[in-house]
Design a protein around this ligand. Structure first.
Ligand code: HEM
Length: 142
């Protein structure tokens, strides 16, 4: 079980590294002057590769978590409200990942309407999600 949990944590950390960095590229993309086509294309290529890699990391992160939950039964039964709350916040993290994909599609179609200030606030969301998830799973407050 400890090997599964170890790799769960490794992939979770890697997944969130992608969720931290991808919106940062979007902030830069939103500030690229319209005439700088080469720079825009370079940032879009970086975003596409990073989104693909981040998605590849999310799959084992979630699968190993489900293995701990369903396979070993950790977080099931009485006194497991922390796990239900954790899963609810994990669904938000998956939704955030999806929103990054939608934003990239808009940038690729040159239809982005979000300015760099909005994107900077958007970039803070995964920090909040990570703090809440880690407190729920380590402290198990309820
Ligand atoms: C489908 C989603 C997930 C499921 C079912 C899941 C399930 C679990 C379970 C059952 C444990 C073992 C808890 C224990 O031994 O006390 C665990 C550990 C952990 N999970 Fe997840 N997890 C998921 C996603 C995540 C995500 C997205 C994060 C972070 C962003 C995360 C962070 C952690 C951490 C840090 C631990 C180690 C806690 C400890 O050893 O005290 N998990 N997870």
């Amino acid at each position: 079980m400890l090997w599964v949990k170890s790799f769960h944590i490794v992939f979770v950390v890697s997944w969130f590294a992608g969720l931290f960095y991808l919106p940062r590229i979007f902030v830069n993309l939103a500030m690229v002057p319209p005439q700088s086509i080469a720079e825009r294309e370079r940032l879009i290529l970086m975003s596409r590769k990073l989104l693909r890699f981040t998605t590849l990391l999310a799959v084992p992160a979630l699968a190993l978590g489900l293995w701990l939950y369903l396979g070993y039964g950790i977080g099931r039964g009485p006194g497991s409200s922390w796990m239900h709350a954790k899963l609810a916040v994990v669904v938000l993290a998956i939704g955030y990942h999806h929103a990054c994909g939608r934003l990239l599609a808009k940038f690729m179609a040159n239809h982005n309407t979000r300015n760099h200030v909005w994107l900077r606030w958007f970039n803070e969301v995964p920090v909040l999600l990570l703090v809440v998830i880690v407190i729920l799973v380590v402290v198990k407050p309820f």
